[in-house]
Design a protein around this ligand. Structure first.
Ligand SMILES: Nc1ncnc2c1ncn2[C@@H]1O[C@H](COP(=O)(O)OP(=O)(O)OP(=O)(O)O)[C@@H](O)[C@H]1O
Ligand SMILES: [Mg+2]
Length: 240
């Protein structure tokens, strides 16, 4: 279990970015975080991955306190994070990046299977550099593939739908559905996409740095469709 306990985050340029978030992310489940732009979703993913250190509160992984661990230490503990905006690596091929992610010399066949899951023809991409000559959608898909290649227990995807065409998106949903059946792995996806919300076990709505709603998909989905954007407003704001 990955647990966030009363997490707060103040940055020099932004106070109260996260303002008391407690969350349990359990293996064998797909948890989807949604909510309005600027609500704090990516910041929560960065707190989990170790890119940000909380100002207060604690993060535990299978009962071990990882609050002050570095990104690398957390990655070694089994946390994998696919960025909202992928990072480019000049001079590093897709093949190399996939091997680094897998932690071994991944077989060509396995690499092909993973690239296929994100809708890429492996032959065309394996030896290309992961740099800005790739299109936005290609970068995003390769980024997702590198995370799928990792034998991680806790997997975070930040808006995997962004820039992905409809055809590739269908096979991506399929890959997520397969992953969530794995009892040993926890899947956390940040998304605004109804098709991803539809396959969630639990949904968490983040707005203004706090949890506005949290519960099973059946509990939270109706509140999203009824109120539209208004359902995102946290308690105490004008809509409640
Ligand atoms: N390093 C930073 N310094 C200052 N402000 C920041 C920083 N990182 C994030 N913010 C601000 O904090 C708020 C939350 O940002 P965050 O990226 O977590 O939102 P989000 O919920 O992921 O939004 P989106 O749906 O647009 O991706 C935003 O107002 C953003 O401008
Ligand atoms: Mg974001």
């Amino acid at each position: 279990m990955l647990s966030l306990k009363d997490i707060r985050l103040d940055l020099p340029e932004k106070e109260n970015l996260i303002n008391g978030v407690s969350l349990d992310i359990a293996p064998g489940k797909l948890t989807v975080i949604t909510g309005p732009n600027g609500g704090g979703k990516t910041s929560i993913a960065k707190l989990i991955a170790g890119i940000y250190t909380p100002t207060a509160g604690s993060i535990t992984l299978d009962d071990e306190d990882i609050t002050s661990m570095s990104v690398t230490e957390r990655a070694n503990k089994g946390i994998a994070y696919a960025f909202q905006v992928p990072v480019s690596f000049k001079g590093v091929t897709v093949r190399k990046l996939m091997s680094i992610s897998a932690g071994n010399d991944m077989s060509e066949m396995k690499m092909c299977r993973i690239l296929e899951k994100v809708g890429l023809c492996a032959r065309d991409y394996m030896d290309r550099d992961m740099d800005s000559r790739l299109s936005g959608g290609e970068m995003k898909r390769i980024e997702i593939a590198t995370v799928l290649a990792r034998p991680a227990k806790y997997i975070l995807f930040d808006e995997p739908e962004a820039g992905i065409d409809l055809w590739s998106f269908a096979s991506l949903i399929d890959a997520f559905e397969k992953l969530k059946k794995d009892e040993d792995r926890a899947l956390l996806i940040i998304s605004h996409q109804e098709r991803i919300l539809d396959i969630a076990d639990d949904i968490v709505v983040i707005s203004d740095g706090v949890i506005a709603r949290k519960g099973s998909r059946d509990e939270v989905m109706p509140t999203l469709s009824q109120g539209g954007a208004r359902a995102y407003c946290p308690r105490g704001k004008e809509m409640f």
